[in-house]
Design a protein around this ligand. Structure first.
Ligand code: 5AD
Ligand code: SF4
Length: 443
């Protein structure tokens, strides 16, 4: 029996791609092992969004270099593979397979070549017409499933490698998405997450011609599906129809991740984001005025080339105005073949770090304030599991907040008796900056 090990870096798109790769390998007669040492085939599904993420894979490859040659085969998949291509063979000569996400449909073929002893196998073509949609996906989470609805990205944000690593936008037909969602519901998945680099520019290629709001609403109507999430949204394409859909069906989670990147229109223009601060705030208004309280989260890049102190202050003010429920902050990182690389006035590392810390501190105070408002409320959670260390069940609210709780009647899982996968009500009794805590209430 041939064995493989896979480690995944990066976003949910990558996590889901790995589920597809694992499914394909199992189908091809491989079995999965938990450590590289036991594996015949060692795969890294990589991320190149920031320099640090990219470095990680090369340090992993260094770590196990000595094992190559003893029959062990190494492969680099995902965004670093697509970005660096055959240069990876030069940098890490013990690597035998380099393949980007757009070529995973060819994985079985590539495996055959590897098994035949070919030591330079590549899958780097990007001009693919097909979306990677395999019947062999092996999902990791038994309760929540990812569904790819759109691949690639047609935007050209000045800092970003994604249009290069994942190629042009390709939407799946609504029929194919709905079929997968119904199958998942039949298998008992109560929660699905629609995935794409930019789900808002989803456009059904079939004559039905659904837009994203329509697809979202239809997914929420499927019997057995109790929660629908989606990620990630680009503000330019985020239409009011999405807010309307969330308002009218509680199955659609009241959480929107809407990356703003900067609060300054000047910086947004130089980032080529295609919206102004005002455009963005209009979308925030739609959500703030909705009948359901929608949690809003975002991504922000600090220290983009040319970002002045005044620009940065605008980002701080925007954070105060929106009052995000959570925020991912990144220091700008130079990426190969991106327009921003050519920009002048790059910001010194110490200054990026300072801005990062100022924003982080500001956001922490906002989260403490926002989460404190939840104390005393009753929330429905989807239970993810049990934390042995804290002796609490781990739940997630529709707003995507972690709500840890105790259940006096079931203090811990015992035998087959577990809350994992169930929906239950919890009274929130405490709040911290990053999570809530409470006690289960029974109807
Ligand atoms: N440097 C820093 N952060 C980046 N992101 C994307 N590219 C870069 C870069 N070159 C951030 C953006 C994006 C998130 C996934 O990663 O905020 O929304
Ligand atoms: Fe990383 Fe972007 Fe690739 Fe996701 S799409 S793995 S975030 S580079």
């Amino acid at each position: 029996m041939k064995t493989f090990y896979i480690e995944t870096f990066g976003c949910q798109m990558n996590a889901h791609d790995s589920e597809k790769v694992v499914g394909t390998l199992l189908q091809s007669g491989y079995s999965q092992v938990g450590a590289p040492a036991q594996a015949d085939l060692v795969l890294y599904n990589t991320c190149s969004i920031r320099d640090k993420a990219e470095q990680k894979v090369f340090s992993r490859l260094q770590q196990f270099k000595h094992e190559a040659g003893k029959g062990k085969v190494f492969g680099v998949l995902g965004c670093v593979a697509q970005q660096e291509g055959e240069a990876i063979f030069e940098r890490a000569p013990h690597v035998s397979l380099v393949a980007g996400s757009a070529s995973y449909t060819r994985l079985p073929e590539m495996l055959v070549q590897l098994e035949a002893g070919n030591r330079r196998v590549t899958g780097l073509k990007l001009d693919t017409e097909e979306t990677f949609d395999t019947p062999f996906t092996r999902r990791e989470n038994p309760h929540r499933a990812y569904i790819t609805i759109i691949e690639g990205c047609d935007k050209a944000c000045a800092y970003c490698v994604v249009p290069m690593t994942r190629g042009p936008e390709r939407s799946r037909t609504s029929e194919s998405v709905m079929r997968e969602a119904r199958t998942l519901a039949d298998f008992g998945y109560a929660e699905v997450q629609l995935l794409g680099q930019n789900v808002n520019s989803y456009r059904d290629p079939s004559p039905a011609g659904w837009d994203f709001a329509r697809l979202l609403a239809a997914t929420g109507e499927i019997a057995g599906i109790r929660r629908v999430r989606f990620t990630t949204s680009h503000p330019r394409d985020f239409g009011k129809g999405i807010v309307d859909a969330i308002e009218s069906n509680p199955v659609l989670c009241n959480h929107v991740h809407l990356p703003v990147q900067s609060g300054s229109t000047n910086v947004l223009n130089r980032m080529q984001r295609l919206y102004s601060r005002d455009d963005y705030m209009r979308r925030i208004e739609w959500m703030k005025n909705a009948r359901r309280e929608i949690a809003i989260t975002t991504d922000i890049i600090v220290g983009f080339p040319g970002e002045t102190e005044a620009d940065f202050n605008e980002t701080l003010h925007l954070a105060d105005e929106v009052e995000y429920d959570s925020m991912f902050i990144f220091k700008y990182s130079k990426r190969p073949n991106t327009p921003a690389l050519q920009y002048e006035d790059h910001i010194p590392e110490e200054e990026k770090t300072r801005r990062f810390m100022v924003l982080q501190e500001r956001q922490r105070a906002i989260q403490i304030r926002r989460n404190a408002r939840c104390v005393g409320s009753r929330e429905q959670v989807h239970v993810e599991g049990y934390n042995m260390a804290t002796q609490q069940w781990i739940g997630r609210t529709s707003q995507n907040k972690t709500l840890n709780f105790v259940d006096p009647e079931l203090p811990s899982p015992s035998g087959d008796n577990t809350l994992a996968g169930q929906f239950t009500d919890v009274l929130v009794t405490r709040a911290g900056p990053n999570s809530l805590a409470g006690e289960r209430v029974r109807p």
